[in-house]
Design a protein around this ligand. Structure first.
Ligand code: HEM
Length: 461
């Protein structure tokens, strides 16, 4: 019989010791401290070492802060953990898209991932390039000189339009705000700074009610989209994710059920637009404070594709743009942490993480660790030009190992096409706080809208 780590924690063998524990209050553990200041909480945990225990809403967590341990959990030994699903903490019964590829496990996940991989080949992603620039141009051209915008919201609409068109061939503008409402409600319901996040789902908090309403609206939309496609003359004739989901079968005969289909659409619409939108928002936020960086971007764009809009074949030549995007994803990783649950006792860094412990692996903190980055809080794209030797998993905005982001190439292509397309048309003047408070929700949100004034002519050309 396997003995539990807690039973074996006698201190004689260092690999049987539990990691140091952050002090907390009886019953609620560290929940209040996390809720008051979620970003500061990461620093407080890190003061105790690279593997630290804490307790949230009655659940045991361990935070892992060294790149080598990140690599062990995500890449070398991913079988020792499973995904921790959104909604599991605080005894929530309503989970987010449990049948979608973001949260499935084992055979079901492998079948889904194999099937979905076909939509994200390099060749296909390159074909989405025109949709990316067309949508970005249309949105940027609708913004007028002097107009004040919440740029995080506008980018959310823009990236959602791209995703919906590229992957599902739907014009989202015609469908109202159903999907942005869901994204907002998911973020709100998973806001670690709000104590109601830790209440069970059946307690009707306003956030829970908004979430339920948004989900009902979303399900109606998805059912309509699936129905429209099924009743089309040939539902399989389109070259997109929806056709694939409706028809594809893996070599071992696996097909999506109705429930999986719906959860898969929800997964992609959420995971695929909110993350990229945040990356664009934080890039613009950084550029408004670093005009010399923006000037160099324009110089690179002039040199690589002249006065036209970029195409996907230009992207590999955009080396400085790549550094700017990398640096933004380092300082502001839209997925600020990945979460797992140990499925066995794990030996890590001289400690044991007992079976059943939840594991937090925070990109946000590892990416700002002074052991791996000089002047880690500074926005400096040049740090990626001939970077010093550092552990591979000191940087992992898209995760790592078998569960790494399936949309990574799609997202990187999109960021490098949308930025020039937008910034060639309009300039931005920041009106809100240049160092905004950050709110780690399902994704790393600015706590308040990022407000900018549009300038019709880019100022730096
Ligand atoms: C800058 C943009 C993006 C960032 C930073 C990002 C980040 C991540 C991260 C960190 C993971 C791993 C989560 C984990 O290990 O628990 C992930 C998984 C995933 N991402 Fe992304 N993502 C981005 C864009 C996209 C896009 C554009 C799509 C779809 C078109 C997408 C779809 C997914 C899916 C489906 C998974 C789950 C994969 C699996 O478990 O097999 N993401 N993403």
């Amino acid at each position: 019989m396997r003995s539990s780590a807690a039973e074996r924690s006698d201190g004689d063998d260092p690999s049987s010791e539990l990691p140091p524990q952050l002090n907390g209050l009886p019953v609620i553990g560290n929940t209040l401290s996390l809720a008051r200041d979620p970003i500061g909480f990461l620093d407080r945990v890190a003061e105790h070492g690279d593997v630290v225990r804490y307790e949230i809403a009655g659940s045991n967590f361990t935070m892992v802060l060294h790149p080598e341990y990140v690599e062990q959990l995500l890449v070398t030994d991913p079988e020792s953990v499973r995904k921790l699903r959104l909604g599991e903490i605080g005894d929530k019964s309503a989970e987010f898209a449990p049948e979608g590829v973001l949260f499935t496990e084992g055979e079901q996940w492998r079948n889904q991932r194999t099937m979905l991989q076909n939509v994200f080949t390099l060749d296909r992603i390159e074909r989405y390039g025109t949709t990316m620039t067309d949508v970005a141009a249309r949105h940027a051209e609708s913004w007028t000189d002097g107009e004040e915008l919440a740029i995080n919201r506008r980018f959310s609409e823009l990236t959602l339009s791209i995703l919906a068109k590229a992957l599902f061939d739907i014009d989202i503008e015609e469908r109202g705000s159903v999907i942005t409402d869901v994204a907002r409600a998911v973020n709100e319901r998973s806001d670690s700074s709000t104590l109601s996040t830790y209440l069970p789902a059946w307690i009707p908090t306003p956030a829970q009610r908004r979430y339920d309403r948004a989900m009902t609206g979303f399900e109606t939309l998805i059912d309509a989209v699936i129905e429209e496609r099924r009743s089309a003359d040939d539902p399989t004739d389109r070259d997109d994710l929806l056709s694939l989901l409706l028809t594809a079968e893996t070599p071992n005969g696996y097909r999506h059920s109705e429930g999986e289909l719906r959860d898969q659409l929800l997964t992609f619409l959420f995971a695929g637009h909110e993350t990229t939108s945040l990356a664009l928002t934080y890039t613009i936020l950084s550029l408004t404070q670093h005009p010399a960086v923006e000037k160099r971007l324009h110089e690179e764009w002039d040199e690589v594709f002249g006065s036209t809009d970029p195409t996907s074949s230009d992207v590999p030549k955009l080396t400085y743009t790549d550094r700017v995007v990398r640096e933004t994803l380092r300082l502001y990783p839209p997925a600020f942490a990945v979460f797992r649950t140990a499925t066995e006792d794990i030996s890590l860094g001289g400690y044991v993480i007992p079976d059943g412990t939840n594991v937090t692996i925070p990109q946000f903190r590892v990416h700002r660790d002074p052991r791996f980055y000089d002047d880690p809080e500074a926005f400096d794209p040049d740090r990626w030009d001939d970077p010093p030797e550092r552990p591979e998993y000191a940087y992992f905005p898209f995760g790592g190992g078998p569960r790494h982001c399936i949309g990574m190439r799609f997202a990187m292509m999109e960021l490098k096409l949308v930025l020039p397309t937008v910034l060639r048309r309009v300039g931005f003047e920041l009106l809100s706080d240049p160092d905004p408070e950050l709110a780690p929700r399902a994704t790393l949100q600015p706590a308040e809208d990022v407000r900018i004034r549009v300038r019709a002519t880019p100022s730096l050309r």
